[in-house]
Design a protein around this ligand. Sequence first.
Ligand SMILES: Nc1nc2c(c(=O)[nH]1)N[C@H]1C(S)=C(S)[C@@H](COP(=O)(O)OP(=O)(O)OC[C@H]3O[C@@H](n4cnc5c(=O)[nH]c(N)nc54)[C@H](O)[C@@H]3O)O[C@H]1N2
Ligand SMILES: Nc1nc2c(c(=O)[nH]1)N[C@H]1C(S)=C(S)[C@@H](COP(=O)(O)OP(=O)(O)OC[C@H]3O[C@@H](n4cnc5c(=O)[nH]c(N)nc54)[C@H](O)[C@@H]3O)O[C@H]1N2
Ligand code: SF4
Ligand SMILES: [Mo]
Length: 732
Amino acid sequence: MPTATSTEAVTYCRICEPLCGLIATVDHGRLVSLRPDADHPLSKGTACPKGIAFTEIQNDPDRVLHPLRRTAEGEFEQVSWDEALTDIAARLKQAWDEDGGSAVGHYLGNPSAFSYSAALWSGLFLKRLGSVHQYTTGSQDINSRFVASKLLYGAATQMPFPDLPRTDFVLMLGANPHVSHGSAVRAPRIKHELSAITARGGRVVVVDPRRTETAKAHEHVRVRPDSDAWLLLSLLHVVFTEGLTDEAAIAAQSTGVDLLRDAALGFPPEETAARTGVDADVVRQLARDFATAPRATAYGRTGACLGRHGTLVSFLIDVLSLVTGNLDRPGGTVFSQGVIPLEELAEKAGAMTYGASHSRVGGFPDVMGIFPSGIMAEEITRTGHGRLRALIVTAGNPVLTVPDGERLVAALQELDLLVSFDLYVNETNRYADYVLPAVTFLEREDFPFALTAASPRPFFQATEAVLEPYGEARPEWEVFEELAHRMGLSLTAGGPLSALNRPLLALERRGLRLTPRRLMTMLLRTGPYGDRFGLRRGGLNAKTARKHPHGVVLGEHAATGILADVVRLPGGKVCLDPPEIAEELARLGNRHRTDGADGSDPDFPILLIGLREIRSQNSWMHNSPTLMKGARRQSARIHPEDAAAAGVVDGGAVRIVSRHGAIEVAVTVTDDVGPGTVAVPHGWGHRGGWQLANASEGTNVNQLMSSDTADLEVLAGMTLLNGVAVRLEACP
Ligand SMILES: Nc1nc2c(c(=O)[nH]1)N[C@H]1C(S)=C(S)[C@@H](COP(=O)(O)OP(=O)(O)OC[C@H]3O[C@@H](n4cnc5c(=O)[nH]c(N)nc54)[C@H](O)[C@@H]3O)O[C@H]1N2
Ligand SMILES: Nc1nc2c(c(=O)[nH]1)N[C@H]1C(S)=C(S)[C@@H](COP(=O)(O)OP(=O)(O)OC[C@H]3O[C@@H](n4cnc5c(=O)[nH]c(N)nc54)[C@H](O)[C@@H]3O)O[C@H]1N2
Ligand code: SF4
Ligand SMILES: [Mo]
């Protein structure tokens, strides 16, 4: 409740993708509390525990509020911004002068997906330097989806999503929106949205190795980890062989269907059942039900992206929607469209590349200029031309989130320079030369960005900062610009922004400096809902946006029938037979024939998968007392039979061993996972500057994951995080 001295500000949460509306109560420049915004048109007064608990992050005494420099003794000491920037700029410049773009790199962490200014200006900076070492969470998350979109539509940023408000049937593979709150589909009340489908007589079928929170609320098909490619090919087999296709849609929307028709013939459900663990009858019925539902959509998320065939799985998910006549149709899988047309602009400029260049280590194709994080350590340690010498980490904690953190820790210490922008000293930047205090999302203005384009209800909300930065925290974009300046470089003149020449010139004519905010405001006006600089009455511009502090719904439904605008391939049709997919199908067919019936490894017979928790956010919210209440700890979910076989008990500990590492972790015995599957949350094993997190029990599960180039997924360089072969042992 507001007091005599406090004020309230309308804003929105930027921890995860729904961007729920929040009301911040502020007193004398300090955050008092956050609560859900009842007037937000989409989230309507809902928010999750993380959003509310962000107050404890904002006010955390462990937060970094001043630039820190590492001393010779390995301790951090406070320095002035000027000292820090002078030294960083000089050292970056030296590496760059000597080795050019191959010396300097960047790792952009997940929170930057909610900070357009940090993402854009860091991108400009790295591009200006010609950096060939750009890494993100993408290879642990979504790059396989981007590559599938590039191959299908010629547009890597295209993010087809389920039209939840209008569908009758959602086939969901590898997503748990009851906990994750939805990813690559922006639906703040997604739990409600899914139950509305069943309430109107529709179905939600959750394909997951674990009986998840979402699966418990809907229909569950238990699948063996990392077998979705086989399952999808069997579903397609039934659709093709039983005449359940929509041939008119196939002809109108696509080319090259014969590749899949032929390939699917080789995967009858009876032959894949051993590998997928799904009975042939179940697969046949599922295929028929999906194909004959009036409006159906297949949707996949991280569980579909992070296996050995992640790109193929993402590809086949869209194929299933297309061949059954459900692509680009109301209630089906529909195309994303940015209110601020950043992606479109970048696509038009040809900047959203795939395979335009290849990495020094492993020869992986770039995905929009990004390379797999799995190779980052070796790019630092392998000598010779092109060695990564200076690394900036923005809002990331790769030591806990990429494969084999210990290998990365060793590599980080070989860098000439490591700089990080963060709220905390974390497990990664504790090895940095400088930790620079970044603003929180409440301390910066923002625009919706990136995945928000996948919105079943077109929506726009921008926000002002609701707090002045605490301490000496600064927005990352200003620091990137300042570093460029100190290196004698301009981020905007020429180079990376050439695609924006027209709007840039318009600004220049008005004597204005280009800031991220000016750029976004300009783009907003040119977008599908923009005022076109006065040409479209009532369209969005900065002023009309301000009239809607809680955000504005721009249309009842997502656009459909826009395939011709979306597809950027010659002929304007979806490509179902790209050579990359033909090759991947051949690799899969080969495994199908040679791997044995279910593909399992006798020495490592259990398959490990991930698990997200409602009160965690990857690695960075374990310092909030509220979220850590009740002696919370990380635990492995193990089936009773596997627990008994390994001699471990509920509440005890287990040793999990893979070919690449071993960890010990607490045990929860549960039949939520099937026999042969173990689920372990990531983001634990703390030893940074966050004291409560450090005190929590837990270990880095990604120590089990391999960063060997041979173990990364071929097409997008995805880390194999799901379906990792392990064995369980009693702790010594
Ligand atoms: N085994 C396994 N591993 C996984 C996954 C999995 O499912 N299983 N999931 C993967 C996925 S999907 C992701 S996205 C990655 C996440 O990987 P990362 O992005 O590397 O890790 P996060 O834990 O999100 O760390 C974010 C860091 O940003 C800081 N931070 C928070 N807000 C801000 C801000 O506003 N500005 C700045 N500058 N810093 C901020 C936090 O303090 C934290 O240190 O993990 C991946 N790793
Ligand atoms: N509370 C909370 N919310 C979050 C996050 C968080 O850490 N905590 N992280 C955010 C981030 S960065 C992301 S990217 C999103 C992710 O959003 P989601 O992908 O919806 O979240 P997950 O819970 O990882 O769901 C993946 C599901 O895939 C299943 N799975 C694992 N392997 C396989 C497989 O081989 N096949 C199939 N079919 N399923 C499999 C897992 O059991 C799990 O249920 O969530 C975001 N939201
Ligand atoms: S679901 Fe929670 S963390 Fe995600 S945006 Fe909403 S309130 Fe924030
Ligand atoms: Mo993610």
